[in-house]
Design a protein. Structure first.
Length: 556
């Protein structure tokens, strides 16, 4: 293939260690091992895609088998061995893709082939790419040969999933973790190649390519190739055109949108978002960029303009720094939590675009607004036979919407919550827990960390009666088959007494979960009668309120 017809990632593939970028320590270590004739039986290269795993494997193979010797290794005018290795057709250097040859029979053929010495080279070398794809039996078949191979045989493994390789294999290899290439180094590299290709791409567009590639040299070169091919004659690729080509949008739009959120200007916020969406930006990409922006707002004082992986230009950096001085850190953290939650919601929402719009509206209310919502009436749920304590709930305007000040205080670590008040009777032999009600039983489950048992009691059980170590229940079809056996055993362990658990044909009282759903339903209907909900429907006729969380009223 003509050099001019090759894609850039192949055309400019490093041929010697000095051509590598971003892997100086790896190159130096391997160079020293070859110089001092302390070559390991097997090399293992791991790292993300496009950082040089297979490239370094071929350079090692050439370094060991170059006719001119390691000190004079071929760089331009290749000897027969180096040329054949570069073209992946050397008789003594076998490249195998473990993704297509995963079985034990493939490895056995390889081991059988290894019994014969090299034909024309000094070493016979097996390069196995994506080695983690080999089966367990294939790895086991390879172990003995890998530990004590003939002197002429060397293995080179490459993988992106190091955790899938058995430790017995890893321990027999000299492992090298290839790092992502730093942004500045990658920028200078693709800028140099752009000049060699006489491509007209400005620095801002190159920085965007570096950002998208995430430290992968191959990705960066592929994007540069695409950028150059998209240009007409005498046309230069600037940042705006690059953003359209690669599906990215101007960060200044997002910063402006963020600023408008804090000003509560919902129409302007949605207008900017819709313009971003019209550019072809996917909702998940938008949210990930939003998270990145939140990070910058939170940590801008500890960052430098050149240390943000080209995510921001100088003007955007200074603008974020100016705005961040007016923001409360707790609000940014709360925004982060809601953004993560919305990312999870996107997987179950059909129209992701509408979900993002509602997300932005929620953020404006999280920041704190003044609305005429009046739902301060309490809703009382009557007690039932299961003796679960009655709770009184309410929604108040300031409590519901001023989440900036209220919500963070409500998010508590479970270890900070008050432990259940359980009566314990001390005997000489042990401590027995007194369980006098269904409510006590649930509290003991929490105390003993029996989460699954508590889940079954709350969701799948309808209590008929609870009295004097006798429990009568009905249940639904989701109840665990071993439930009665497990509950009886736990009750005996906790109380030291035998309990009788009987099944009844009576329906019994609603389960805890059913009660909670009834409470939610009441509040949902109440909220739909509110002024704010009606205002939302006026602006967004397609909007629909599906769910919200009810917090217990705090009288402190």
């Amino acid at each position: 293939m003509s050099e001019n017809l090759k894609v850039l990632s192949l055309k400019y593939r490093p041929q010697v260690f000095s051509d590598l970028i971003g892997q100086n320590i790896v190159a130096e270590t391997i160079t020293n091992s070859i110089k001092f004739d302390k070559i390991p039986n097997a090399y293992l290269f791991t790292g993300i895609r496009g950082v040089g795993k297979t490239t370094i494997a071929r350079i090692v193979a050439k370094s060991l088998n170059c006719i001119k010797g390691f000190d004079s290794i071929c760089r331009d005018n290749f000897c027969e061995n180096c040329k054949a290795i570069s073209n992946s057709n050397h008789i003594d250097v076998l490249e195998m893709d473990a993704a297509s040859k995963t079985g034990v029979d493939d490895v056995r053929d390889l081991i059988e082939f290894s019994r014969y010495g090299p034909s024309i080279a000094k070493y016979k070398i097996f390069i196995i790419d994506e080695v983690h794809m080999l089966s367990k039996q294939a790895f086991n078949a390879l172990l003995k040969t890998l530990e004590e191979p003939p002197k002429y045989l060397k293995f080179i493994f490459a993988t992106t999933e190091i955790k899938k390789i058995p430790v017995t294999v890893i321990s027999r290899c000299q492992r090298f973790d290839l790092s992502r290439v730093k942004s500045e180094e990658l920028f200078q590299y693709i800028k140099k190649i752009k000049d060699l290709e006489k491509g007209k791409v400005n620095d801002e567009a190159l920085k965007l390519i570096v950002k998208i590639s995430e430290g992968s040299v191959r990705d960066a070169l592929s994007l540069l190739d695409r950028a150059i091919l998209s240009l007409n004659k005498n046309e230069e690729l600037d940042l705006n055109k690059a953003q359209k080509i690669f599906g990215y949008f101007d960060k200044s739009q997002l910063i402006k949108l963020f600023e408008l959120i804090f000003e509560g200007k919902d129409k302007e916020v949605l207008k900017i978002y819709r313009s971003i969406f019209d550019q072809g930006v996917e909702p998940k990409v938008f949210l990930n960029d939003f998270l990145e922006l939140l990070y910058f707002f939170k940590n801008i004082d500890s960052l430098k303009a050149v240390g943000t992986s080209f995510s921001l230009n100088d003007e955007e950096f200074e603008l974020i720094k100016k705005i961040s001085n007016k923001l409360d850190e707790s609000t940014l953290i709360l925004f982060w939590q809601f953004t993560i939650k919305t990312l999870e919601e996107l997987d179950i929402v059909f129209n992701q675009n509408l979900s993002i719009e509602m997300f932005l509206i929620r953020l404006m209310h999280l920041k704190g607004t003044n609305n005429d919502l009046d739902l301060s009436k309490q809703v009382n749920i009557p007690e039932s036979d299961n003796q679960v304590s009655t709770k009184s709930y309410s929604i108040e305007n300031k409590d519901f919407f001023d989440l900036k000040n209220k919500t963070i205080g409500q998010i508590k670590n479970t270890t900070q919550e008050k432990q259940p008040d359980i009566k314990i009777k001390e005997n000489n032999k042990s401590q027995e827990i007194l369980i006098n009600s269904f409510d006590d039983l649930l509290k003991v489950c929490i105390l003993k960390k029996e989460i699954k048992l508590k889940y079954e009691l709350e969701k799948n059980i309808n209590l008929v009666s609870f009295d004097n170590q006798r429990i009568k229940i009905s249940f639904n079809e989701d109840l665990d088959k071993e439930f009665i056996k497990i509950l009886s055993s736990k009750l005996y362990d906790w109380t030291g007494k035998r309990w009788i658990i009987t099944l009844s044909k009576e329906k019994g009282s609603p389960s805890i979960k059913e009660k909670e759903m009834n409470v939610k339903k009441i509040f949902l209907n109440k909220f739909k009668e509110s002024v704010i909900y009606k205002e939302i429907l006026e602006n967004f006729p397609d909007a629909e309120l599906l769910d919200f969380k009810i917090g217990e009223k705090n009288n402190d």
